[in-house]
Design a protein around this ligand. Sequence first.
Ligand SMILES: C[S@@+](CC[C@H](N)C(=O)[O-])C[C@H]1O[C@@H](n2cnc3c(N)ncnc32)[C@H](O)[C@@H]1O
Length: 282
Amino acid sequence: MRPIDNSEKWLEIINSKSAAEMLTERELECWNNISPENKSRYIKALIEKPIVFENPEIIYDWYFRNKWATALKTVCHQESISVFEIGAGGCDIVPKAVSMKFCHPKTRYFTANLNKELTQIFKWKTEVDPIDIYVIEDDAANIKTYVGENAFDAIVFEHSVNDVLETILAEKNGIDTVNCGWMDILPTITEVVNREWGNETFEKNTKGEFLKLINTCVDVLKPGGWLVFAHYQFQYNLDIGLSPELNQNIIPIVRKWISDSNIGKEYFFDGFDSNWWMFVRI
Ligand SMILES: C[S@@+](CC[C@H](N)C(=O)[O-])C[C@H]1O[C@@H](n2cnc3c(N)ncnc32)[C@H](O)[C@@H]1O
């Protein structure tokens, strides 16, 4: 697998004093119970191999929270920001990064999330965060019903391009992604995705809706605002049969769709591998 980052650099950071800056007090206890040797082993595995659920979640949260904090600080230089995350699911990486790096009365974080069970988990995880958090229980493509033009500085896809594409195919195949356990339907969705990928119908059946969503995002971004995308691999997806070729190339695939449609201009930043990250300025 192509590593998602420079593991040598993160081996230094993870055992430095400043590592604790991106952790809450409650997390620190768990963090301090992991030996430096294990921290080094876990971060190396996270960067160089598909992610396994057996490794401590705190390492995963810490690394991606740091990455998103740096990504957002790289593109947004003001004290407060307005961010829209597509399909956060039950994951609080971006709201925590925003809370820690842009804590300000004017900072606002929105997510649109279809799956009800994951939305509940998300609300529970973020209720303590010290910024305004809005959860829209609807398709992200309907964002214009909830906010006006120029609403956001950044719109982010934290490992959710795949989820958006999967949801598009699931809907076309009559699979309910709203009132279900996400992990329960994942094997069925994976079968559909693989079939479309194998039959070379994947692009035909996803690209139009995906680009419609991106164009809607453009409509609610401020001029000069950013679309930021991140992807990485989970071993579980590969274990249940997801095509490794598709899984490794999610960002390059949508990069081509976006650039062929002349949406914004892509920027490249040191420390962000372009196979796993994409920054598009509108
Ligand atoms: C697996 S979860 C969370 C992914 C998360 N971003 C992560 O870090 O892994 C995927 C979520 O994306 C949501 N989703 C997919 N397409 C969506 C869309 N068009 N609008 C809103 N939510 C969407 C799903 O309903 C689900 O809650």
